[in-house]
Design a protein around this ligand. Sequence first.
Ligand SMILES: [Fe+2]
Ligand SMILES: [Fe+2]
Length: 248
Amino acid sequence: MCLFAIGDLHLHFQSELKAPGQLYDPVWKDHEIKFRENCLRMIGTDDTLVLVGDHSWGKNLSQCEEDFRYIAGLPGRKILTRGNHDMFWEAKKTAALNRRFQPELAFLQDGYEVYRDYALIATKGHTFEGPFYLNRGRQIIGWDETAEEHSKKLVARELVRLRSSFESAKQAGFRKFILFLHYPPTNILEKCSGFTDIAEEYGAEQVVYAHCHGEDRFHDSIEGMFRGRCYRLVSGDYLRWAPLKILD
Ligand SMILES: [Fe+2]
Ligand SMILES: [Fe+2]
């Protein structure tokens, strides 16, 4: 029994592909075939796979159905968390998604899923991603402060959600946690954030995130051990479409 994670599948069986990099970068060529083959090789029926957001380019549920069928056909138990491109998924409609796709798929938002004696906690997260202003030496000399203010509001909202999920798991008796964020916990300017603080406060053993794809973004945030937690990037192209084993 193992726990695996990967993010940013960006499937598009029924929808328009919106990221040009996905057309030209060889790592994305037939990525859904490579990923499926890796899953069949690595994941058993009693394993769990957490898909850490940006599942589909579909603009609505009907444009995602083929993508969900593909995910449902992968081995093991599947838990999906929200990414910034998941237009089919409004947070307040999560219960309806679960009613429709259970038992094949579980949509995790506000609350927790259980894996052994762990509570798996997930939220989309957020971090300010610019625009940053660079000088000729490509050093950051400023950024869009209005966008930064807006980001701060989104971060605050996500932190409230996260705290409430941790609290509900704690009240149910859980003492071991894995935190899944779609956005990285910090941006390129930060050493720590409200997300790293809350991971430390509740003692999350690992913080698993995605969203950073394309080689020049792979090292935007924290990797490896930081203040007692293990931070792991699981974007699909970074992992070359092989899900990462999070727990044995
Ligand atoms: Fe993505
Ligand atoms: Fe994303």
